[in-house]
Design a binder for this molecule. Structure first.
Ligand SMILES: CC(C)(COP(=O)(O)OP(=O)(O)OC[C@H]1O[C@@H](n2cnc3c(N)ncnc32)[C@H](O)[C@@H]1OP(=O)(O)O)[C@@H](O)C(=O)NCCC(=O)NCCS
Length: 199
């Protein structure tokens, strides 16, 4: 299957590989308590962000060779870094990846996470030939659940206080979407909001 070509453009966004120049903007996102509240890791120091970025700089293809691919999401109009969206390989055998997204709160509420994550579903199913995409999130992370639901993902599990994360027991939600469900939605989508030919 052909690898996707970078950068990937959507209606308002450009999804591209990270560069060393993204350090300041990434640090402004990853150092925030409100951004990391429901993640496995807490606010990062600048050095920790440098290390995380260095890891990303070594990923140059969407072949999941490194078992994950995280893309910088930028605003097409300005080039500003809004956040990131990524795929993590869960199982090669079962062709399953996990979807993730982290955005700066200044850019919340405009659908950017949904728009970029929707494109990553296309990459996962169309370019990488995946069978299943999942999203795992803290049960209290309603914003993240909103993204998964706007993407048409199905809530498959709600584990109760199953994970001990940074000093507290947390619930975990699991959302999933299968390739054939995604394909059906692509066929159905042109009819949403009216029939073809409607004004
Ligand atoms: C999870 C996260 C990305 C969600 O951000 P978000 O701004 O709620 O999501 P979107 O960018 O898709 O925006 C959706 C909102 O914009 C609104 N919106 C406006 N224009 C829109 C458009 N064109 N398309 C879709 N939604 C649009 C939606 O109605 C929704 O509003 P609501 O929150 O009032 O329901 C964000 O909270 C975040 O980065 N959190 C910290 C990191 C994190 O927890 N990541 C997830 C780990 S599992």
């Amino acid at each position: 299957m052909p690898p996707p070509t970078f950068p990937i453009t959507t209606r308002r966004l450009v999804l591209r590989l990270f560069t060393a120049d993204d350090l300041d903007a990434l640090w402004r996102i990853q150092s925030r308590e409100d951004v990391t509240r429901y993640l496995y890791w807490g606010p990062r120091t600048r050095q920790e962000v440098e290390e995380a970025l260095a890891d990303r700089l070594s990923w140059t293809a969407v072949d999941l060779e490194h078992h994950r691919l995280v893309l910088a999401v930028t605003l097409a109009a300005t080039g500003e870094l809004l956040g990131d969206v990524g795929l993590h390989l869960v199982s090669q055998e079962h062709r399953t990846v996990e979807l993730g997204y982290i955005f700066h709160p200044d850019h919340a509420g405009r659908g950017y996470a949904t728009e970029s994550a929707r494109e990553m579903l296309r990459v996962a199913f169309e370019d990488l030939g995946m069978h299943r995409v999942i999203a795992r999130l803290d049960g209290a992370n309603t914003a993240s659940a909103g993204v998964a639901e706007r993407l048409g993902m199905r809530r498959e599990a709600h584990f109760v206080r199953n994970e001990y994360v940074r000093g507290r027991w947390t619930d975990e939600l699991v959302y999933a979407l299968l390739a054939d469900e995604w394909r059906s939605a692509q066929v159905a989508e042109p009819f949403v909001g009216g029939l073809p030919g409607d004004a």
